[in-house]
Design a protein around this ligand. Structure first.
Ligand code: ADP
Ligand code: MG
Length: 355
C-alpha cells in the first residue's frame, strides 16, 4: 500500500493545447492517503476516467508527476504499479471458467494453487459466485460478468490501490445496493485505498470517507460528505450535491454587506469583500431556510408533501427559492416571510466561496 500524490498534473488529449478548454484535466494537486475510501464524483466528461488512468499508468500526463510514497512513478508501466482497476464494462475472458477468471491475476504472479484456491473461494463467497465457479464466462449475464470483473479487481492482496470506474453501471438496481455495501464492508475489512468513480451523489456519499468533486477538469472540493453538505466551497458542489441542491441567487457585495433583491443578507464567509467585477452569488441550501416574520417577503409557488418533509417552492421577483421543512411545519397562508440561517449562507465569486 502507498500514499499517492499527484503534483501539478495536467492532461490534454490534443497535441495543440493552448486554450483552457483543450485540457481534459486542469492543474491538479492531490494526495490519496493510504487506506482511505475515496469517491470521485462529477458529471460525465469532467475527467474522472482520465484521472484514474493517470494513476494507473494507462495514460502518461502531459505535465506533472505521479508519486507513490514519494517515489516518482510517472514513467513506470502499469504492470509495475501494483494497482487493480475495475472498468465500467466487464473485462472477462469468455472462454475461461469463472474460477479461472478469478484465479488469473494470482496465477499470473506465480501464487501456488492452494493459496489461489483459498483466495478465490473467499472472493467468490463474498460476491455470491460460488455456484457458477465451473461455468464458462461467456454464458453469463452482464451482471454476472461485472461481478467477475469486480472479483478480479479484489482478488489480489498485494495492491497499492483498487480503483473502480463506475463499476455498477450495467448492474441491476437491486443488486447495486448489495454490491455497494459489500465494497464498503470489504474496505473496512482490508483497509486498502480505494477510489470509486461515480456520477451519482448517493453512491459517492454512501461509499466514501472522502469525496473528491470534479467539475470541468478541476477538483473543486475534497471533503467528507458532511463537509460537502455544510461547507460547499464551489457553487457546483452546492447544486450537484443535495436534493434539491443549494439555492444560488444573484447578489451584490460591497463594504461587507451582501445584498440580494434589495435585502441585506448576512453570510458566514464574506466580511470586507470587494467584487472586482466578478459574478457574485449567494448560496443557501433548502434545509437552512425557514418561515420567520422578521425575514423578507416571498410568494409561495407550490408545496410538495414528500412524507418525512415538505418541499416548498417560493419566489421573490424572478428568483426561485426552495425550502425543505420537516413534516407538519405550518406554512403561513398570508404574506409569508422567510429567513436564511446566516451560518449556512455563503457568498461565491465566479463560483468559488470567498474568503
Ligand atoms: P469522465 O470519465 O468524467 O466521463 P473522461 O475522463 O472520459 O471523463 O473525459 C474527459 C474529457 O476528455 C472529455 O471531454 C472527453 O471527451 C475527453 N476524452 C476522453 N478520452 C479521450 C480520448 N481518448 N481522446 C480524446 N479526448 C478524450
Ligand atoms: Mg468515465
Amino acid at each position: 500500500m502507498a500514499e499517492i500524490k499527484l503534483r501539478q498534473v495536467r492532461h490534454s488529449y490534443l497535441r495543440d493545447h493552448r486554450k483552457e478548454e483543450d485540457w481534459a484535466l486542469k492543474e491538479l494537486n492531490a494526495v490519496w492517503q493510504d487506506g482511505t475510501a475515496y469517491a470521485l464524483l462529477g458529471p460525465s466528461g469532467c475527467g474522472k476516467t482520465t484521472l484514474l488512468n493517470i494513476i494507473s499508468g494507462l495514460i502518461t500526463p502531459t505535465e506533472g508527476r505521479v508519486l507513490f510514497d514519494d517515489r516518482d512513478v510517472t514513467d513506470t508501466p502499469t504492470g509495475e504499479r501494483h494497482i487493480a482497476q475495475v472498468f465500467q464494462f466487464p473485462v472477462v475472458y469468455d472462454t475461461m471458467t469463472v474460477y479461472d477468471n478469478l484465479a488469473f491475476p494470482l496465477r499470473n504472479r506465480g501464487m501456488d494453487s492452494a493459496r489461489v484456491s483459498a483466495r478465490v473461494g473467499e472472493i467468490s463467497r463474498m460476491l455470491d459466485l460460488d455456484s457458477m465457479l465451473s461455468q464458462k464466462a461467456y454464458g453469463l449475464t452482464a451482471d454476472g460478468k461485472q461481478k467477475i470483473s469486480l472479483g478480479r479487481g479484489l482478488v489480489r492482496e498485494d495492491v497499492n490501490i483498487i480503483m473502480f470506474d463506475e463499476p455498477l453501471t450495467v448492474i441491476d438496481p437491486h443488486l447495486k445496493w448489495q454490491l455497494r455495501s459489500k465494497l464498503k464492508e470489504l474496505h473496512q475489512r482490508v483497509g486498502v485505498t480505494m477510489i470509486y468513480v461515480t456520477h451519482d451523489q448517493t453512491e459517492a456519499l454512501t461509499f466514501a470517507d472522502q469525496v473528491v468533486v470534479i467539475y470541468e477538469g478541476t477538483v473543486v472540493q475534497v471533503g467528507t460528505p458532511v463537509e460537502l453538505f455544510e461547507k460547499p466551497q464551489h457553487t457546483f458542489v452546492g447544486h450537484f450535491i443535495g436534493s434539491p441542491g443549494m439555492n444560488l441567487l444573484p447578489c451584490s457585495a460591497a463594504d461587507g454587506a451582501t445584498v440580494f433583491s434589495g435585502i441585506p443578507v448576512q453570510t458566514t464567509n464574506a466580511h470586507k469583500f470587494k467584487t472586482n467585477g466578478r459574478r457574485m452569488e449567494l448560496g443557501i441550501r433548502p434545509e437552512f431556510i425557514r418561515f420567520d416574520n422578521s425575514g423578507f417577503e416571498v410568494e409561495i409557488v407550490k408545496v410538495d408533501d414528500l412524507g418525512r418533509y415538505q418541499l416548498v417552492e417560493t419566489r421573490r421577483a424572478e428568483n426561485t427559492i426552495k425550502m425543505i421543512l420537516a413534516e407538519g411545519t405550518s406554512i403561513p397562508a398570508e404574506r409569508p416571510r422567510i429567513a436564511f440561517d446566516p451560518k449556512h449562507t455563503w457568498l461565491y465569486a465566479d463560483g468559488w466561496a470567498v474568503s
